[in-house]
Design a protein around this ligand. Sequence first.
Ligand code: PGA
Length: 251
Amino acid sequence: MRTPVIAGNWKMNTTVGEAVALVRAMRAELDKVSNVEKVLCPPFVSLAPVGELIKGSSIKLGAQNLYFAEKGAYTGEVSALMLAGLCELVIIGHSERRQYFGETGEVVNKKVAAALGVGLKPILCIGEKLAENEAGKTEEVVSGQLKSSLAGIASLDGLIVAYEPVWAIGTGRAATGEQANETIAFIRRNISGLYDDKVAREIRILYGGSVTAANVAEFMPQPEIDGALVGGASLKAAEFLSIVTQTSAMG
Ligand code: PGA
């Protein structure tokens, strides 16, 4: 009932030329895969060219960030409205943004509101750090992040949550399927508390952190996991395609 999502977060990788080549290498095959929502999130500068290449296909486009102000003197920033004409989704609150760019729960909340305000679907990232995990604080951390990110947001309108334990991102040390499923079940219960059962049943919650073609089969059969946010492995056409086709076969 919840269509799985596989989103590729390219992070700060690929020149425009490389982005175009990567999409050309997988576009036709990716387009054919059914029962999976396929999302590519290239850097800002490649959104328009990648958007052109996937026009008319079943592949969707997402940005990796936005700034919450409507417009004005914010040199270097990109607003929700600027993205609304280019893509359908936007990653918000990625742990790298929280870690390197000082994004707080309040900032993430404003960004979620800005995205929803123009009809962009946020992929809201939450997840605990290694020390928090080891201290048994995972649930406390993710429920706190969820609450602050969604403060004052009345309707989630297609928002997707990505549970990404920080210790699993880019480390090759993925969570186990059971661990991810358990925390995602907890996140879903939290959403039920913040909204209602229907919202919680319908919202897609992804796992992210060192997902590859070799381990995706561990996550997708888990009942609470509705897909993956894939970093490193989304930069290789054959590997990303394999993640998507395996997900489709397990659906
Ligand atoms: P990774 O990144 O797949 O390279 O661990 C995931 C993410 O940061 O979204």
